[in-house]
Design a protein around this ligand. Structure first.
Ligand code: PLP
Length: 283
């Protein structure tokens, strides 16, 4: 495996950034995870747009032109002889003497791009049985629309889920509404056949898979409603599922130990999963 680190290709075991990198010191950086299918990037354009938005919100410049970034992403796929998996990209504010305020002008942001193979059969098998989720109080900051590398609440939530035998954690806001998963967007299908997901805003990440599923839902003539839903609604729902680049559409069959939709994956999630790549853009 090779990794792109600030303009150079390094063997995976020797791919490093400095200890005074601000990503390491402060979590001062952003990232993207892009699915790779059949050796091609899935929705690169949307991932790049979201990256540019995260960077501009944090006033971190992209250290190379977007066209060069695209070349690096494709080279990462090619050099790793990737067919299926993910590409991970991270941009931090760079290396500087530790001081909370921004580093001196001219500090070059750090860019790292790596790839990991994932056998698509694993996700397909998981999607046939579905996953369990647990719910936890929302403890993240007020700008989770920025895809920042600082993910402590997500780390703790994911670990809490794992310790309870679940695969994902859903954060619940003060009013009892689900915001999103620790690394996914949350959806339900109600008894009246509404497909419900929380509207975008500063309290959720604008998932690229969420956008693709919205397109797939429209094409499938499902009634899409963007509104917050409660845990009680999710428990009473016909189906629940999560979306993320690394999981596509993943059925949720248990929430806090209670079965959802009879405890088996439902037809809407299955159909959206099957249709997903028809609504994605490959490059
Ligand atoms: N929400 C959070 C907190 C995430 O970390 C992710 C992705 O990992 C998502 C939602 C889904 O986003 P995407 O579909 O772009 O992968």
């Amino acid at each position: 495996r090779v990794v792109y680190v600030n303009g150079q290709w390094r063997p995976h075991r020797a791919a490093m950034v400095h200890v005074e990198d601000r990503g390491y010191q402060f979590g001062d950086g952003v990232y993207e995870v892009c699915e790779v299918q059949g050796g091609r990037l899935v929705d690169e354009r949307r991932h790049t747009e979201r990256l540019l938005r995260s960077l501009s919100e944090l006033r971190i410049p992209l250290p190379l032109p977007v066209s060069a970034l695209s070349v690096v992403l494709h080279e990462t796929v090619r050099r790793n002889r990737m067919s299926d998996g993910i590409v991970y990209l991270q941009v931090t504010r760079g290396v500087a003497r530790r001081d909370h305020g921004f580093p001196p002008a001219g500090t070059r942001p750090s860019l790292v791009v790596s790839a990991r193979r994932i056998d698509p059969a694993i996700g397909a098998a998981t999607a046939r049985t579905g996953i369990a989720v647990v719910t936890l109080p929302e403890t993240r900051w007020a700008r989770v629309d920025i895809k920042a590398v600082a993910l402590l609440p997500n780390v703790l939530a994911k670990q809490a889920a794992r310790e309870q035998g679940a695969r994902e954690a859903w954060f619940v806001d003060r009013d009892g509404f689900v915001t999103e998963g620790a690394s996914s967007n949350a959806w339900i299908v109600t008894a009246t056949d509404e497909l419900v997901t929380r509207p975008v805003g500063p309290d959720i990440l604008r998932g690229i898979s969420r956008e693709v599923v919205k397109d797939a839902a429209r094409a499938g003539r499902l009634t899409l409603v963007e509104r917050p839903f409660t845990v009680a609604e999710a428990l009473a729902a016909r189906e629940a599922f999560v979306t993320a680049a690394s999981q596509i559409v993943m059925p949720v069959v248990r929430i806090d130990g209670h079965a959802v939709g009879g405890g088996v994956p439902g037809p809407v999630a299955a159909a959206l999963r099957a249709a997903f790549h028809r609504h994605a853009e490959f490059s």
